[in-house]
Design a protein around this ligand. Structure first.
Ligand code: B12
Ligand code: SF4
Ligand code: SF4
Length: 317
């Protein structure tokens, strides 16, 4: 076994030990096949007001522009798929990824531990770790590393783990053994996600118009949610899981085992009234470590009002 192969195996073993559910490796290169897709998505304006998606087009496609002498992209995945007995009875809906602690902190910590381990083995090396912190096409790299395929809902799906998981990378100047890209697509004739999307955001297979996506409307969009969605939000106040909940690959997936992603806090049992009564001090106490803090108190309050006014509009129809 070559030293590169040995190191690659050690990295994967350590990643699993740290709680990641998958670790795969790709050779650092320009993602030429993704360039026209990304360009077309941006040209159609599907990114809405996420101006950051327009920046660093070339860096987003080529990790060698992010880390000098980059040779390998190490893709990591960690599941947040809930255990069977998980109970969240809140009357307004929060997407599963936000039931526990903010994944950015949890994953960054694990990435740093993995980097320390590699450095102990190889000596100092040039690298950067990424969890949504820079322009990187997470899903494209994960396909290249052999994790799974891109579903019609644009999610990366694994046969074992479904799609309720997070992705992250370490881009490094190490020469490692690359895995085979994932071959095939297991969506078959299914179109459940496209049929179920409440706002029609999945405008074509593998194409998402973020401007219509509830996740964008309730988290990313800083302005008020446009009135045209007033009857379509189905009580979602932070993110949306519909196109994943209906996906058959999530029905039999293995549950995640990261304790930090288990539902945390009294909000999990809140009634509509309790959400309505939410004040800033309670928000800080209950959501201090949660991804909801990223959207902020005012955005959440606006989302709650919007969800409730849309419920009234619907009932009044
Ligand atoms: C911007 C963004 C959003 C936007 C836009 C989503 C989108 N589909 O682009 C909004 C705010 C709507 C969003 C929502 C969500 N997001 Co988001 N988001 C991102 C972010 C920051 C960038 C994604 C991006 O580059 N989009 C641009 C488009 C063009 O790229 P893409 O969708 O990845 O598509 C590429 C491939 O799919 C491929 N492709 C396109 N067409 C085709 C066709 C075929 C046939 C094939 C094979 C490939 C292919 O080409 C594209 C360009 O390379 C990533 C993190 C990251 N740095 O990658 C997280 C990320 C994609 N999001 C994530 C999550 C968890 C979510 C939500 C589930 C959160 C929620 N519950 O509310 C939803 C899911 C909505 C959905 N159905 O995608 C995870 C996804 C994990 C997974 N299993 O796939 C990521 C990877 C974050 C992370 N670090 O874990 N998100
Ligand atoms: S997250 Fe919700 S709104 Fe966005 S594409 Fe999926 S089902 Fe549609
Ligand atoms: S719901 Fe069906 S079409 Fe959509 S991603 Fe899952 S398997 Fe693919």
């Amino acid at each position: 076994m070559s030293p590169d192969e040995k190191l690659s195996i050690l990295i994967k073993q350590k990643a699993l030990e740290l709680g990641f559910n998958f670790c795969g490796i790709s050779k650092a290169r320009r993602l030429d096949e993704e360039a026209p897709r990304l360009e077309s998505w941006l040209r159609k304006g599907h990114h809405g007001k996420m101006a950051y998606m327009e920046n660093h087009f070339d860096k987003r496609l080529d990790p060698r522009l992010l880390v000098e002498d980059a040779r390998s992209v190490i893709s990591l995945m960690i599941s947040y798929s809930p255990q069977l007995n998980t109970r969240v009875s809140s009357e307004l809906k929060v997407s599963k990824y936000a039931w526990g602690a903010d994944y950015h902190f949890v994953i960054k910590e694990k990435l740093n531990q993995l980097v320390d381990f590699i450095a102990e083995t190889t000596g100092p090396f040039s690298h950067r770790v990424f969890v949504d912190s820079a322009p990187v096409l997470d899903r494209a790299w994960a396909v290249n590393a052999g994790l799974g395929w891109i579903g019609r809902n644009t999610m990366l799906i694994s046969r074992r783990h479904g799609s309720f998981f997070f992705l992250a990378e370490i881009i490094a100047d190490l020469t490692l053994t690359a895995d085979n890209p994932f071959g095939g697509n297991y969506c078959g004739d299914c179109t459940r996600c496209m049929d179920a999307c409440p706002t029609g955001a999945l405008t074509a297979p593998h194409e998402l118009d973020a401007k219509k996506c509830i996740s964008y409307l309730t988290i990313e969009l800083k302005d008020a949610i446009p009135e045209e969605f007033s009857t379509q939000l189905q009580q979602w106040i932070f993110g949306c899981d519909v196109c994943q909940d209906v996906c058959p690959w999530n029905r039999f997936s293995i549950a995640g085992n990261e304790p930090a992603f288990q539902p945390e806090g009294e909000w999990t049992g809140w009634t509509v009234r309790e959400w309505q009564a939410l004040e800033k001090t309670t928000f800080k106490r209950v959501f201090g470590k949660s991804p909801l803090t990223r959207a902020g108190f005012l955005k959440l309050k606006n989302n709650i009002s919007f969800a409730l006014s849309s419920a009234e509009t619907k009932n009044g129809d």
